[in-house]
Write a protein that binds this ligand. Sequence first.
Ligand code: EPU
Length: 302
Amino acid sequence: MRIENENVLNALPDLGVELKPSASLAEITCLGIGGTTDLLALHRHYSIPDVVKLLDAAGIAFKFLGGGSNLLVADGELPWVVLQLSQPDPDVVIEGNFAMVDASAELGRTVTLCAKRDLGGMEGLIGVPGTVGGALRMNAGAYGIQIGTYVREVTVYRSATRTIETLKGDQISFEYRHTSFAPDDMMLAVKLELPSKPFREILQGIRICNEKRRASQPLGQKSAGCIFKNPPGASAGRMIDELGLKGLSVGDARVSDRHANFFVNAGTASAGDMLSLIAEVRERVAQAFGLTLEHEVVLWLA
Ligand code: EPU
């Protein structure tokens, strides 16, 4: 979608918004799939309510984008524009056992910066791609660790009230790959409280997780991480593997040979290819195991 409304185009710079016309979401997302639309880079997070008011008044639909790591976006010219926080400098400020982190900060880098200040706990999250905001939104987790455990405060743009609010950790519920935030709330910043740990010990934990991940996940390939959530007490990857579906393809969308819950874009897969593959695998699992797998990947369908 191209913004053509002159009022909007003239007002954006004053709100600290940079227009990136016709951005390709295939180039931004980890799956490498997605059409084009105008991208609005938000240099001043606190102007979001005014930006939303402006877009609403002009009838321009929009979505909030994090790091694009857990996202499958439709092809073609998209019917909404995309809003993305730009990174302030610094994006991580550490005081004692607290880390104040901007939502746009890269998760892995945040884990490393905290480790260098002898703050641990998040070792398992080191290889999870994306931003801290995206990780918060869905309570990202790996190797027994979930980011929600360390959250003490979140500053968020609430779509329901159209205001920026700061919530205490205990006002938010963090469950397996799910939080009490609404799908169109935009994370802005978080205060984490992390346990003290010597850097060398944290590094050891990070190395172990990195090795496990390298051994079991297709790291060098374009993917959105796990496509499905694990059903209680089971592993979606193991079930798909047991059905012999590794390597199953629709166009260039392919079930990874390394981990069956990772679907990779092996070339120029379209959103349609990936959606057909997801539907096919879901159907086969339903027939074989009698359960419907829930998507973990977020779908932005036009
Ligand atoms: N397995 C297979 N075949 C496969 C994949 C897995 O047999 O193709 C078996 C493994 O051998 C293991 C079991 O299934 O015995 C579980 O596998 P794994 O340890 O890889 O964990 P997972 O349940 O498949 C979860 C998360 C990952 C996270 C890892 C490590 C979900 C949906 N997935 O995977 O998170 O990295 O544990 O903690 O919760 C993600 O959320 O995108 C993601 C990748």
